[in-house]
Design a protein around this ligand. Structure first.
Ligand code: ASP
Length: 345
């Protein structure tokens, strides 16, 4: 597995798989990295099979979102504000499977899931199977800040969004021509073909491009946050909820360990509690983030998916067992990369 670690120390740790005491990993006074950000635009599919134009759209979309995040981080914004703004930017980009341009379910409808978590106090909010709220991640944030709850679903969640004045949109905004034609093709083909992820949970799903989005951040103050948003698996059953809005499965943040955003077969992330598993390996096993992330992804079946993660030192990890996973990362030392696979743009 590829691991992208910006800190020399962590690279050495990775090479030797040396385990540090948790305290040492979690030091926030590392002089090296003031802030760090990683973004993903979904696992799955084979980027080599994509058109040059589509590859470029993805790279440009990730770059724009990265710049939004870097601008906020430079000005000292809190990690939780940064992940919300970055994911909202990606939700507005029809290239990705979140917000506008979300994939369609078996009924040809969009159903959106999202969650956000603040690692400084473990506050979190999530929404699932929503239809009318333009930016699901902004609603997840308001569930976190304006309600005593963690997860709101369906019509009740959208009604809450309207009651607090969050922007609404109709189906014509979310359902792009590309997603409609993918869905039509799937229906014509008898809904029986194996999805590109090649996994039983994906059997019969639309063989489209995946593009869940997520962002993890370590801010100037040493705080961590994670946000994830998706239209879920294409061709999913009406009412199906994946891992993205499930705290500890597809999204997690705790200053004591790491912030994680996942993408892939949500059922597997829920079974394996993947995001929480990475944090737990760091907390209880006292291993460094690269080791913990590799071990957690190794639990998933082949082509299960991947994660982006960051720890309090600003070490970024990208770990996946799919052919491609669109991702981008940058930090305060000037490091910057945007990739669709392990090494290739
Ligand atoms: N994890 C998402 C879900 O299962 C899908 C994805 O990341 O592509 O809903």
């Amino acid at each position: 597995m590829q691991r992208c670690a910006f800190s020399l120390l962590l690279s050495l740790l990775l090479a030797g798989a040396v385990h540090l005491p948790a305290r040492a990993q979690q030091s926030s006074d590392s002089p090296g990295i003031e802030y760090a950000i990683a973004i993903h635009g979904g696992a799955g599919g084979d980027p080599d099979a994509w058109s040059a134009e589509y590859r470029q759209q993805r790279i440009a979309g990730l770059g724009r979102a990265l710049d939004v995040g870097l601008g906020l981080l430079k000005s000292g914004q809190a990690a939780v504000d940064v992940v919300e703004a970055v994911v909202a930017t990606l939700e507005d980009d029809p290239t990705f499977n979140a917000g506008r341009g979300a994939v369609l379910n078996a009924q040809g409808q969009h159903e959106l899931d999202a969650s956000i978590m603040d690692g400084s106090d473990l506050q979190c909010g999530a929404v699932a199977a929503i239809h009318t709220t333009k930016n699901p991640i902004r609603l997840a944030r308001r569930v976190m800040t304006d309600t005593p709850h963690v997860l709101l679903v369906g019509a009740g969640a959208d009604a809450f969004a309207r009651s607090i004045g969050l922007e609404q949109a109709d189906a014509s905004y979310f359902q792009t021509p590309r997603r409609k034609s993918e869905w039509e093709r799937w229906r014509r083909q008898g809904q029986s073909r194996q999805g590109r992820l090649g996994h039983p949970a994906a059997t019969g799903l639309v063989e489209g491009y995946f593009g869940t989005v997520g962002c993890v951040v370590r801010d100037r103050h040493g705080n961590l946050a994670a946000a994830t948003s998706t239209g879920g698996l294409p061709g999913k059953k009406w009412g199906r909820v994946g891992d993205s809005p499930i705290i500890g499965a597809g999204n997690y943040a705790d200053n004591a360990t790491c912030a994680v955003s996942g993408t892939g077969i949500g059922e597997e992330f829920i079974r394996h509690q993947t995001a929480g598993d990475i944090a737990a390996r760091m907390r209880y096993g006292q291993v460094a983030l690269p080791v913990a992330a590799a071990a957690a992804i190794a639990q998933l079946p082949a082509n299960g998916g991947g994660v982006i993660a960051v720890d309090r030192r600003g070490t970024i990890v990208v770990e996946f067992n799919t052919v491609g996973m669109s991702h981008a990362m940058a930090d305060s030392t000037g490091q910057r990369a945007i990739r669709l696979t392990r090494s290739e743009p």
